[in-house]
Design a protein around this ligand. Structure first.
Ligand code: AMP
Length: 872
């Protein structure tokens, strides 16, 4: 964490360190006391050392380090650890968890926390590899995971909240990871279970220890734990040369199973708090039991289990852990009281806020004063406190609630949610803003979020921000740095940023045309179906438009010819070659367009004939255009393509470009269209490079889990038996949804933080469940799958199909179902890269000739505005 200048100055002054190592950046924020030397480690000073031994010897009782931790009286306290205590810890660690030369330990804990000490020394002592993590890795799971796989890290320490954030993102730890240490907060059985599932080979150890007992004092290996969700995970047994006691108020040991305060004795104890003899005497008390001279009072509630392991039960005082950071609320209260308008202050951690554990400040204004706005209070706190100690919410009270004995009654403090009426809602204005607002709401656990609402003011914090960043990266396929969320924390602000970001990791690049060009996965499926024969016209994509007014037929022909030159996919044929099918791209060809006179009454029959004429994917051109003149100034333009080279989105691209090119030819102007950076075949190559190995596994894993309980088929009651082989005979049933009902559906969507699509899908799945009597309903839905900016202007078959399951077991209310549908849809969008055919391949459902695998019904919301264009 970045410490404010005042805090740095306090620590420098308190520690009286004669030399302070600084970087150019931090030097500016430190005004050294007289007699202190600042050494720049990123400047010339770095070279000025000497390589001869300083000739000093160190004894066990000499200080190894002083680490500052939050102090309840308003200033941090320096914990003094001796070389002897550190040596004891490091030797125990080397015995208990020996590292070999092949091991690599990630040093990712900031140096102001003691876990960083073992991260640094354990690998150096064993001759293993020490990997210094990237600057964001202590708080950004994505960056952490990148470090893990890039440097093949085998050993890692995490606080449980970070582990949770990592696992929540469905990102499995890297393959190399073998050992995970978790400590600093209570480790929960659900986390242990989730880790086991995500990374079965990783051994998990629970580490317990306050800074005052040198990093870790008590540990428990989770390897042999049975996977029960209810029981606590013990913190375990003391490490070598350390003892633990559970004592009552009279310093008498409590019986097994009875809670008391946890005391620690032995080689790990700190010398005490620097310059704080009173506090030292209070916390380090004489040891009546003989194992060492002193006992450290941890302030933790604990009890012994019958098997000799210890269980952690909570705190006896106000000290809290927020995302692994140890905090004394008293220190924050003291900083708040420094504001002249504040007469009383209480700070508590609340777990009942929508966004999980949060610090909340309760303030009583001074006589005749008004409380400053939260932003100002935060600003004031930032002068002395690091970011993790700044409360998210402030609540103004007339007085602090007191219990009958006159003490602050923390339980009577109101929930900060009541204060949210000051929020102003402005609806999102673009699809990006809407998606971002939905993500915000989902992650923060609030009903809805306006376009200008601030993530952090609604309860967001750094770990939630990392979750948000991961989701945005997945959803938009963009390389969003975590920083961006801190700099532009509103949906509107972030949406504006999206345009300036690079596509995530691997941009689509032009592929080597000398090599065989593979089909995209979706094309491959159509190719396969075509080879089997029998799709009839099911994959023909037709379009017809009436053109009224004088038409320059030659210009229209030229426009299509230009379009064909521009988009390789429109002159691509397919062939079987050795390893699999390949794309064969022809040289540009000229579309000779002539208008044919057709009786208006015969137009429909001609269109049907035109549209149904089969395509031979190996030998035919896969774009056909016809023009019928039905009256002197009235034409019908008919276009048909095989789906293997187009999709719904492409038809829009095509009509727009034909219109622009027609106008250019009509007026003898050059083409207004910028050349395409990449072509469809490049995307196909890119898609194949993306969907393999870990990435593919990650996507597959999500879908596998989602579809785990899905039935083989939807069994709707029908009045005739299903044919043995699927036919393509279908029909259209039209009905109108009254405007009033449509409006109510929109309103319901808004209220529930969902989209209209989600509301309608939930209703559809509900109906299907009623009709079929089945509780698990899987419905297919198409998705444009143009997550890359480069693909937006291309014609080609990109669209993917998502299989969305809903679970109606236990008769959920509609709102519950909607919440579930929303969750599933958002997750599915984030995993939309996986082609449906890959999913079928992986799930291997029983194939029947008369049914589609996985889902048998689709749901499509066509809510793009109609694009009736006009030609000059
Ligand atoms: P710190 O000095 O920052 O390491 O914080 C020490 C405090 O964190 C302990 O007194 C406990 O309250 C808590 N703590 C540390 N490790 C664990 C653990 N494994 N399980 C539960 N609480 C822990």
């Amino acid at each position: 964490p970045t410490y404010p200048a005042e805090r740095l100055a306090f620590m420098a002054e308190d520690a009286k360190a004669p030399i302070i190592l600084v970087t150019a950046q931090s030097a500016d924020r430190l005004a050294p006391a007289a007699g202190t030397t600042l050494l720049r480690i990123d400047g010339d000073d770095a070279q000025s050392g000497s390589d001869t031994s300083p000739g000093r010897s160190v004894s066990g009782s000499d200080l190894a380090y002083v680490i500052y931790t939050s102090g309840s009286t308003g200033r941090p306290k320096g914990v003094m650890i001796s070389h002897g205590a550190l040596a004891n810890h490091m030797r125990w660690m080397a015995d208990a968890f020996p590292l070999a030369a092949e091991d690599a330990v990630l040093q990712k804990t900031p140096l102001s926390f003691d876990a960083s000490v073992w991260e640094l020394f354990a690998p150096l002592m064993a001759g293993a590899r020490l990997v210094i993590a990237g600057p964001e890795s202590h708080r950004d799971p994505a960056s952490l995971l990148a470090d893990l796989s890039r440097f093949e890290v085998t050993t890692l320490q995490l606080v449980p909240s970070m582990l949770r954030a990592m696992l929540a993102e469905t990102i499995a730890p890297s393959r190399s990871l073998a050992r995970l240490f978790c400590g600093g907060e209570a480790l929960t059985p659900d986390l242990r279970g989730a880790l086991r599932e995500a990374a079965p080979g990783v051994t998990l150890t629970n580490l317990y220890g306050p800074t005052e007992a040198c990093i870790q004092a008590i540990t428990h290996s989770c390897t042999a734990d049975r996977p029960t969700l209810s029981a606590r995970i013990p913190i375990g047994r003391p490490i070598s040369n350390v003892s633990a006691f559970v004592l009552d108020e009279a310093l008498e040991p409590t019986p097994i199973g009875v809670a008391g305060e946890l005391y620690i004795a032995g080689a790990g104890l700190a010398r005490g708090y620097l310059n704080r003899p009173g506090l030292t005497a209070e916390r380090f008390v004489p040891n009546p039991f003989g194992d060492g001279e002193r006992l450290y009072r941890t302030g933790d509630r604990a009890r012994w289990r019958a098997d000799g392991e210890l269980e952690y039960l909570g705190r006896l005082d106000q000290q809290v852990k927020v995302r692994g950071f140890r905090i004394e609320p008293g220190e924050i209260e003291a900083a708040l009281l420094a504001h002249p308008a504040v007469s009383q202050a209480a700070v508590v951690i609340r777990t009942d806020t929508a966004a999980g554990a949060q610090l909340v400040g309760y303030l009583v204004p001074a006589e005749g004063c008004e409380l400053p706005p939260p932003a100002e209070l935060k600003e004031q706190l930032r002068r002395t406190l690091p970011d993790h100690m700044i409360p998210t919410f402030f609540v103004a009270l007339d007085g602090l609630p007191l219990s009958p004995n006159g003490k602050l009654d923390r339980k009577a403090l109101p929930s900060p949610e009541l204060q949210s009426d000051s929020r102003v809602y402005h609806a999102p204005t673009t699809p990006e803003e809407e998606q971002l607002a939905l993500l915000f709401a989902e992650i923060l656990g609030v009903e809805r979020v306006g376009r200008n609402e601030n993530f952090f003011e609604l309860g967001g914090h750094s770990l939630l921000a990392t979750g948000l960043a991961v989701r945005i990266r997945q959803l938009f396929g963009l390389n969003l740095p975590l920083r961006a969320i801190f700099e532009a924390p509103t949906p509107a602000g972030l949406a504006a940023r999206l345009g300036t970001l690079e596509a995530a990791s691997d941009a689509i690049e032009p592929a080597d045309r000398r090599k065989a060009l593979p089909l995209s996965f979706t094309q491959e499926r159509l190719w396969f179906l075509d080879q089997l024969g029998g799709t009839g016209g099911a994959y023909h994509v037709p379009m017809a438009a009436t053109i009224a007014g004088p038409l320059d037929v030659a210009a229209l022909g030229h426009a299509f010819t230009d379009l064909i030159a521009r988009h390789e996919v429109l002159r691509t044929r397919f062939a079987e070659a050795g390893e699999g099918a390949v794309q064969r791209i022809d040289a540009p060809w000229t579309l000779a367009l002539a208008a044919e006179d057709v009786e208006p009454a015969l137009v429909e029959a001609r269109l049907v004939e035109f549209v149904r004429r089969p395509f031979d994917l190996q030998n035919d051109r896969l774009l056909r255009v016809a023009l019928f003149r039905v009256a002197p100034e009235r034409h019908v333009l008919a276009v048909v393509l095989h789906h293997i080279v187009t999709d719904g989105w492409s038809m829009g691209v095509m009509m727009r470009e034909v219109g622009l090119l027609y106008a250019a030819h009509l007026f003898g102007r050059p083409s207004p269209l910028a050349p395409l950076p990449v072509q469809y075949a490049d995307w196909a190559v890119w898609q194949r490079s993306q969907l393999q190995g870990e990435k593919l596994e990650r996507q597959l894993g999500w879908w596998r889990e989602k579809l785990a309980g899905a039935p083989a088929a939807l069994d709707l009651p029908t009045d005739r038996p299903r044919p043995a082989v699927q036919s393509f005979a279908g029909d259209i049933h039209r009905f109108t949804v009254p405007a009033e009902l449509a409006g109510q559906l929109q309103a319901l969507a808004r209220r529930e933080g969902a989209t209209l699509f989600m509301v309608l899908l939930a209703a559809y799945q509900f109906i299907l469940s009623r009709w079929s009597g089945q509780e698990q309903i899987v419905v297919g839905t198409p998705i444009a799958n143009r997550t890359r900016a480069e693909a937006e202007g291309l014609i080609g078959f990109f669209a993917n199909t998502l299989a969305l399951p809903a679970d109606l077991a236990g008769a959920p209310t509609f709102r519950e179902l909607l919440a579930q549908v929303r969750e599933t849809a958002l997750g599915a969008y984030a995993h939309q890269d996986l082609p449906f055919e890959k999913l079928v391949e992986a799930l291997q459902p029983a194939r029947e000739l008369n049914r589609q695998p996985i889902f048998q019904t689709m749901f499509v919301l066509q809510n793009t505005p109609p694009s009736g264009g006009s030609l000059p």
